[in-house]
Design a protein around this ligand. Structure first.
Ligand code: OXD
Ligand code: MN
Length: 613
């Protein structure tokens, strides 16, 4: 087996690849199990990126897009069986099953280790194992964390270059003694049989058996059988949310599935807002919003994950631990999210979008009118008459955050930004007003714990049914969800008067005729402006049983042409349907038994009281 630094042609087994004895021992141990042909230590350089993308193009695993339209950009097409995160194959292996809780799959740690040993044995035969050191958060930052991923996928390596601070500088911090999280990934398709026979590679290697496994107590990650980013870019959901949420619980901070923005008023006052939304609720659009309200500005800091930690001044400070965006392409359009579209001008890896005849890419929602002919995400001819999407609904772009035209200048400040407000959102046709402010931290935690989306298509389940997604963390919380709520309550106590304000928003409320009541997108700046006015103490709010809403006239609606009826409907609180929702919330809490914090039961009781008095 050869061990080389990336870019080197030769390799010499005796070459010292790291001075960290722990790292070297772990790499040796994983290599002994998975038996790769060679080991490459990645340095994160441009030359490395260039070499790997050339290699992937030569192997037919990436298609180079027309550089006139999309310089240094590529298209990957996955196996149609490997297109999304696999929640039913995602495991939290805590010693005590109750520490994983009823919303996670749990597996007994020793049994899972035995199973992982079995599937990983020889899984990299015939392939290269890449050693990928990375930092989540700016290198050396006080909120940042280090990790190392071992992977047999070059697609993962080039994606990690966009998504993390990857390479030599991260390795040097590890060698200087910093803690790091180990993560092992294999696509699960060895090219050498046990009898030594070589099999041909395929365009997208993967395995029908898949495991995404977390050991929260020892902070280890294993991923087997999938190359798709949500399962294979282990720095993101696996580390920055599942493992980091456990670190955060133990160390007194918060690892959250939240976007992070700075909003600046016409007077030049800047505020930082973190917001949690379940998927398909316009999170990327808010992260890259262009306000319609004159004089207001939004700058992007993060689009998916935020780490929040109390600073020396007692306030909550936030970073985006990622270095790039792994965004959903469909619905990202020239009119709906011009900032995202501009971000993707080049240096982007697209996965499962459609290929245009001119060598550029297209997906549903990019433009109103589709091209007359495309090659769809499966590699087949497509026309607008084909009757199927050209891009997979979960097709993605992977691009460095620094390429976003609206990125804040100091988005990667090591100390982060001080947080002024936390926002919870969901997709609710009924009940939930456009915006409500929590009167207390506990009420805010209750709002976060009860985030839900109403199912609007039969394909998602019974129409009208609430799909619960507390704090938008349902598939991402690395421990018992009820303990997570307790942790949030504890953080509020610690922050005291320095705690950010908390709000709940709902861009998706519908009128009786089924039409959306609120225009959304850039007009959501009107809601942000009201939040800012609340922070500055210049707007009044009115108490309702479900939280505080703007008093008449406090929400700027000039130019929207909304009727009185529509405005009333946006903020209406119907006691009967809310009481019915309270029953559902009580049922939802019941599955967590005695671990539900008393403060949340008290919030529910208070809500019921105010709905009936
Ligand atoms: C994502 C998700 O991919 O939340 O960001 O599913
Ligand atoms: Mn996400």
């Amino acid at each position: 087996m050869q061990s080389t630094r990336s870019g080197a042609t030769g390799g010499d087994e005796s070459e010292r690849t790291t001075s960290s004895a722990r790292l070297l021992a772990w790499v040796d141990q994983v290599a002994a199990l998975t038996q790769p042909d060679s080991i490459v230590w990645c340095d994160g350089s441009l030359a490395e990126h260039d070499g790997l993308t050339r290699q992937l193009v030569a192997e037919g695993k990436l298609i180079r897009l027309n550089p006139e339209w999309r310089p240094n950009s590529f298209l990957a097409r996955t196996d149609p069986r490997d297109v999304a995160r696999v929640e039913d194959r995602t495991f939290i292996c805590s010693t005590d099953p109750d520490d994983a809780g009823p919303t996670n799959n749990w597996s007994e740690p020793a049994a899972m280790r035995a199973e992982l040993d079995r599937v990983f044995e020889g899984s990299m035969r015939g392939r290269t194992m890449y050693v990928v050191p990375f930092s989540m958060g700016p290198l050396g930052g006080s909120i940042s964390q280090l990790g190392v991923q071992l992977t047999d996928s070059a697609y993962v390596v080039v994606s990690m270059q966009a998504m993390t601070r990857m390479g030599r500088a991260a390795l040097e911090l590890i060698e200087a003694g910093a803690e790091w999280v180990p993560a092992v990934h294999s696509v699960g398709m060895p090219l050498l049989e046990h009898d030594g026979a070589r099999t041909d590679d395929v365009v997208w290697p993967c395995n029908d058996t898949k495991y995404i496994v977390h050991f929260p107590e020892t902070r280890e990650i294993f991923s087997y059988g999938s190359g798709y980013g949500g399962n294979s870019l282990l720095a993101k959901k696996a580390f920055a949310l599942r493992i980091a949420s456990v670190m955060a619980r133990d160390e007194g901070w918060l690892a959250e599935h939240m976007l992070l923005i700075r909003i600046t008023s016409p007077e030049g006052n800047a505020y930082h807002v973190a917001a949690a939304f379940p998927s398909a609720c316009g999170k990327t659009n808010l992260a890259m919003m262009r306000p319609t309200l004159p004089g207001w500005h939004v700058e992007t800091i993060g689009d998916d994950i935020a780490w929040l930690r109390p600073g020396p001044d007692g306030r909550l400070w936030a970073i985006n631990p990622e270095n790039g965006f792994f965004g959903v392409a469909p619905g990202t359009g020239i009119t709906t999210n011009p900032t995202a579209v501009e971000t993707l001008w080049g240096n982007t890896i697209f996965t499962n979008v459609a290929l245009r005849d001119d060598g550029d890419v297209w997906w549903e929602g990019l433009t109103d009118t589709p091209p007359a002919h495309l090659i769809d995400w499966r590699g087949e001819d497509w026309t607008p008459e084909s009757g199927r999407p050209a891009a997979h609904p979960n097709s993605r772009f992977t691009v460095a955050a620094a390429q976003c035209p609206q990125i804040a200048d100091d988005w990667d400040a090591p100390e982060g930004v001080p947080l002024d407000a936390i926002v919870f959102g969901g997709r609710r046709a009924t009940n939930v007003p456009l915006v409500t402010q929590a009167a207390s931290w506990a009420q805010g935690v209750f709002m976060g714990a009860t985030i839900a989306s109403e199912q609007t298509a039969a394909a998602e389940g019974p129409v009208g049914e609430l799909r619960r997604d507390p704090f938008a963390m349902l598939p991402f919380c690395g421990y018992n969800m009820a303990d997570y709520w307790s942790h949030w309550l504890k953080m509020g106590e610690k922050l005291g008067a320095n705690a950010p304000a908390m709000f709940r928003v709902n861009w998706f409320r519908k009128d009786e005729d089924g039409s959306y009541l609120w225009p959304g997108f850039g007009e959501n700046s009107r809601v942000l402006a009201w939040m800012v006015a609340r922070l500055e103490g210049t707007a009044d709010a009115m108490s309702t049983p479900v939280g505080q809403v703007p008093v008449d006239g406090a929400l700027e609606t000039d130019g929207l042409e909304m009727s009185e009826h529509q405005l009333d409907a946006l903020f209406a609180v119907d006691p009967e349907s809310w009481l019915a929702e309270c029953d559902l919330t009580e049922e939802y809490f019941e599955q967590f038994g005695a671990r539900v914090p008393a403060a949340l039961h008290a919030e529910l009781a208070s809500l019921r009281y105010h709905l009936t008095h």
